[in-house]
Structure formats: C-alpha cells, structure tokens
Design a protein around this ligand. Sequence first.
Ligand SMILES: [Zn+2]
Ligand SMILES: [Zn+2]
Length: 373
Amino acid sequence: MKSFAMILALFSLSILAHPHPISAHIFPNASSIPSWLNRTKYAWDQFQNLKGCRHGDHLTGLSNLKTYLNKFGYIPNSPSNFSDLFDNVLQSALLTYQKNFNLNATGFLDDQTLAQIQLPRCGIADIINGASSMNSGSPVAHNATRFHSVSHYSFFPGRPRWPDHRRDLTYAFAPENGLTDEVKGVFTRAFARWAAVTPLTFTAVESFRAADIRIGFYAGDHGDGEPFDGVLGTLAHAFSPPSGHFHLDGDESWVVTGDLRSAPVTAIDLESVAVHEIGHLLGLGHSSVEESIMFPTITSRTRKVDLAVDDVTGIQELYGANPNGNPSPPSSTTTPPSSVQERDMSKGGAPKVLNSWWSPLVVAAVELFLMRQ
Ligand SMILES: [Zn+2]
Ligand SMILES: [Zn+2]
C-alpha cells in the first residue's frame, strides 16, 4: 500500500511537471464540426454588458475587463483586486489599446473597441514588462491612391532569437495528442512560410523531449501559468526563443482545411494560428498592422496565412533573408492581394533586402489592389 501511495505521488508530480496534453477538437473541415460545439457562451461574451461604459462609471464586470487588460499588458499588476470603477488607470489602458488596434482614441467602451476586445486572440501580451512591444499607428494614404503602412513589427524585450549556430530547428508533437499526418502537415506548411523568407529550416522529429520546438494541445490550466479559457477567448500561445513551447487551446474547434465561411462561429483555422505562433517562437512580438500575421486577433471563420511585408521585414531583421532565394512562394489559398501593403521607407530608413520572389509579388499585389480602386 505504501509503495502504491509512492507511485501515485510520483505520478501526480510527473503530471505537474509535464502538463498533460488532451485529445483536442480538430476537424478535417468546417462541415465536420458537430452542432453541440457551437455554444452560445464564449470566453469574452461577458464584456457585452459594458457597452458604452466610460470614465466615472461603476459597473459589475469592469474588474474583469481590467483583468483582461492586465493579462495583455495594458494595466500593471494591482496590489489588490481590481475594482469595478472606470478609473484613470482603465481609461489610460483603453487609450493605449485603441492606439495599438488602430481604433479611434475615445477612452471609453465604444462599439468598435468592445468588438475588438471580444475577438479571439493570441494569449501573448501586446505589452511585455510595461514596455510597448506593439508599435501603434495607422496606415496612411499617400497621393489619394497608394497606401503605405509604417512598419509595426516588434520583438520581445531584449530581442531574443535563436543563436547563429541554431539555424536548423526541429519540431515535434506531444505524443498524447495523437495527431494525424494531415494535422501535422498543417504545421509543416506553416513552418515553410517562415523558412521561405529566412535562413532557418524546420524538420519534424519523433522525440518530443529532444525537439527545439514542442507543439501540444492543452485545455484550461496546463501548468505554465497561462491557463486557456475554453471556447474562443485566447486560442494559443508560444514563447520567445529559445523556449520552443507552442501550446494550442484544445477547447477550440480547430479546422484543418477548406473554406470556413459557412462554418459555425467557433471555427478557427489551424494554419492561420500556427503561422502566427511560429512568429513568436522565432522572436517576433505583435504588430499593429492589421494585415500582418503578427496582429494579435483573428476573426473566427477566417483564414489568414500569408506573411505580410511587415512580418517579413521584422523576421529578416532578426535572421536575414533566405540565402537560397526560394524561387516560389508558399502555396496559399487565402488573403487577397489587396491586403499586402508597402513599407513606408521614410519611417524605417533603408529598405530591407527581400527575397527574390517576394518583391515582385508585393509589386504585383499592390498594382492589383490599385486596379480595383
Ligand atoms: Zn501572438
Ligand atoms: Zn501553455
């Protein structure tokens, strides 16, 4: 009996040390999502009650909004619990949030701000250690026709990246998730998008423990202090180099392939989130360029997998371009070309060298965009 207790204790300890991945809700396509997963209560629905709230108001639920803004870096840790008063701290946090998300700086919970706050998003903070890692600003129209966007890519504090002698990275999947080859292929495609524009390579390996990047689906509190929150809310998080931890919320309805537009409102495109999180694994923070992969939120039922110029410029500042000048871009079935924006060179100094296929692609995309106007 004593030895049984010992084994039980060791087993419990091993669970604490290695959070247990779960069998996630992963669907081959949108139509295979069962209707019971299309719930009516989502993580941030509660904020709807706060519509129109402004400075001086006192309303139950404002403390939860402060907790949200604290999680994403907009409010510093409070010595005590947050109150339900719309105070100066909350107003200031909302103003910064609105700037980061290119919203009107109203300082209150107007409709657009509330809608943005409720969108599903990445669990990594926009502001880390009090320093804004998300450069705010809006795209600017020039000459009434050409749209320019300043660069808004960002890095983690201290600009951590994989060191020079680690350019060929390996990745593996938590064996307990039992992912199919089709699901693993989604991540392979996501890695390829970053490999195409950097000197980095990514190779799948069997050993989860030995891999540089470890991918797993988890639910709720999974032992790293960053619990997931059920359906929608935060979707995934990945840590800065050289951590390699890449966690996805197993409670989401992950879709592997196909059109999501007629899917249930909870459907999340797996590859879109994977491309974003890999950006974090390589050292990118969030960007305020809405078209960029590193923008913190994603609308459900949306596929967004192409790197924008902002992403490519940011990652090449850390690692340089792909020396082989990959002749063909990663395959894509998604983002319309009009979302590709030019970099405003007047803000960012000398232009960065882009891949051989990339620059013509951008030019073609911008021309197509202009033709549509
Ligand atoms: Zn993120
Ligand atoms: Zn985690």
